[in-house]
Design a protein around this ligand. Structure first.
Ligand code: DOR
Ligand code: ZN
Length: 337
């Protein structure tokens, strides 16, 4: 069995910088484009820093690789003049809003949503998307559920704001998606496949530890069902988040699952197993293109049901990263010609 996807997009990707970027960029190039997260140290908050980062990504990927970089800025309150100049920067796609301190490198995020109000009003008028890491500072399993009230409030007060709930992990978030037509969402590979049991139910697996943490079987099943149906306001966003091996296999393990190199074959395997391969194109590209009016570079990729062996780790440029399914086989692979 085979499927050819037209320009698959990863709507939520961490590539990092420096030597880690040199390692991760080529490993993320099965996709024809991606929304690039801004939580570097320091975070990307200005158009100049964003354009320079976009250039470093292009170099790391290889100048000859056609890859659409949809760049984001770390949300901080803006004036109308700065917003205008941001909008005039061709690489710019969206703002990413982090509650302060909620995840990796998010200390400079928003402490009270009201700090964001005037900027959000202008973003609504200018059509600038807002991507949100939606977690409260509550009990870890309830963080997303508690944040849904914030989404509800934003979706009500800013009905024309293009608001995306990033990496949803609960059936409750899907319900909210169905309640508000002005909401969209991304979902990761791992949250379609695993539950908290896979992270911490047996021997602790640091390579599956991410934020938001994987939830209950009912949540995973609801997300999988919506993905398999290619819910029109749900998009694939891997949240592939590489950390060096020594920051994962340690006390104080960093949050993030590295999935970029295997995401498309694993999705093909998953959709094929459920007889839903016909919906994969919309889930990994069509929905995003429609929702945001994107026109990525045209790059077909063929996936085939020949197994791939996932390496125990990827090493280069002095970096070492362990992927999901390290040392295991997955049923599908990218067909190279
Ligand atoms: O697990 C995560 N890792 N969740 C995030 O929100 C950030 C990401 C990272 O940057 O490592
Ligand atoms: Zn992320």
């Amino acid at each position: 069995m085979e499927i050819t996807l037209d320009s698959p997009l990863d709507m939520h990707l961490h590539l990092r910088d420096g030597d880690m970027l040199k390692l991760t960029a080529p490993l993320s190039a099965d996709f024809a484009g991606a929304v690039i997260m801004p939580n570097l140290v320091p975070p990307i908050t200005t158009p100049d820093a964003m354009v320079a980062y976009s250039r470093r990504i292009r170099e790391a990927m290889g100048e000859d690789v056609a890859f659409s970089r949809y760049m984001t800025l770390f949300f901080t309150p803006q004036t109308e003049a700065t917003l205008q100049s941001i909008c005039d920067t061709p690489e710019f796609f969206a703002f990413k809003l982090y509650p302060a301190g909620i995840t990796t490198n998010s200390e400079g995020g928003i402490s009270h949503m009201k700090e964001a109000d005037s900027t959000l009003r202008m973003m609504e008028e200018m059509g600038i998307p807002l991507l949100v890491h939606g977690e409260s500072h509550g009990f870890v399993m309830d963080r997303e559920a508690e944040f849904l009230a914030v989404y509800r409030d934003l979706a009500t007060r800013y009905p024309k704001l293009r608001l995306c709930m990033e990496h949803i992990t609960t059936a409750a978030a899907l319900q909210l998606l169905d309640e508000f037509e002005n909401l969209c969402a991304t979902v990761t590979l791992q949250h379609l496949l695993i539950t908290l049991d896979d992270v911490a139910g047996g021997a602790l697996n640091p390579h599956l530890f991410c934020k938001p943490i994987a939830k209950r079987p009912g949540d995973r099943d609801a997300l999988l069902q919506a993905a398999l149906e290619a819910h029109p306001r749900l998009m694939f966003g891997s949240d592939s988040a590489p950390h060096p091996l020594h920051k994962k296999e340690c006390c104080g393990c960093a949050a993030g699952v590295f999935t970029a190199p295997l995401a498309l074959p694993k999705l093909a395997e998953l959709f094929a197993a459920h007889g839903s391969l016909g919906n994969l194109q919309n889930f990994v590209s069509g929905n995003a293109r429609k929702l945001y009016g994107l026109t990525p570079v045209s790059r077909p990729i063929t996936l085939t049901d020949t197994p791939t062996h996932v390496p125990a780790s990827y090493r280069s440029f002095g970096q070492q990263v362990v992927p999901m399914y390290a040392g295991e086989s997955i049923g599908w692979s990218v067909k190279k010609d």
